[in-house]
Ligand binder design. Structure first.
Ligand SMILES: C[S@@+](CC[C@H](N)C(=O)[O-])C[C@H]1O[C@@H](n2cnc3c(N)ncnc32)[C@H](O)[C@@H]1O
Length: 208
């Protein structure tokens, strides 16, 4: 998985441009309303969805496996700390965060790794903090082809193994983390014309 992302960012640079996803804008408003400022962004990429938080004055910290993506973030004046490494090796610091935002990344891991990531994110969340995960929905599975590796997972031709979530699986995987809201969202593919929106879920959890 590491080689795939390194090659992608090396060859295609800021391939999704800097148009933030609708989910990032929703999270921005939610975090602002709750006066949350210090934010951890696992799988931050080159910062497409970190930029709205950065521009709004949030204190961002990212985690990212691709050195090329981290370099692209710096090249584009996203001057915040990004830990280089795998989310499966979390934690990378001893800090507590007021909010966590993770976009289109969790569904790229197997169940065991997803549990590790969720547990470690929740561990680093401050009391009353919010975590916001965007994951792909089973409703979009029909638009992808490859080898089926599980009931709702497919190994795509590019070698990524994607877990397409249904509501039951979300409730089961996030059950220990005080879910406060699960919503469906059709994420427009903003960098491409006439592309079908990606059906996703946004999951919001709060630490008491
Ligand atoms: C679909 S992209 C989403 C990027 C970013 N969240 C965004 O919204 O633009 C998935 C990201 O997760 C990163 N990633 C993949 N596997 C990872 C791992 N094991 N540890 C940390 N980051 C990883 C990839 O390099 C890529 O930047």
């Amino acid at each position: 998985m590491n080689a795939f992302w390194e090659n992608l960012f090396t060859e295609q640079g800021t391939l999704w441009d800097f148009h933030p996803s609708d989910s990032a804008l929703i999270a921005l408003e939610l975090f602002r309303k709750n006066n949350l400022n210090k934010i951890l962004i696992p799988g931050v990429g080159y910062g497409r969805n970190a930029k709205p938080f950065y521009d709004a004055g949030f204190e961002n910290t990212g985690i990212e496996i691709s050195k090329a993506a981290i370099h692209l973030a710096k090249e584009n004046q996203l001057d915040f700390k990004i830990h280089h490494g795998s989310l499966t090796d979390m934690p990378f610091d001893n800090d507590f965060y007021e909010a966590i935002f993770c976009y289109a990344t969790l569904h790229l891991f197997n169940k065991q790794d997803r549990q590790h990531i969720l547990k470690n994110c929740f561990n680093q969340l401050q009391k009353n903090g919010l975590m916001f995960f965007n994951v792909v929905s089973v409703d979009s599975m029909i638009n992808f082809s490859g080898e089926k590796t599980g009931e709702n997972s497919i190994k795509l031709k590019n070698s990524l193994d994607v877990n397409f979530y249904n509501l039951n699986e979300i409730e089961s995987e996030f059950k220990s983390y005080n879910i406060i809201k699960i919503s469906k969202i059709a994420e427009p593919i903003k960098h491409m014309k006439n592309q079908q929106a990606l059906q996703c879920f946004n999951v919001i959890c709060q630490k008491n």
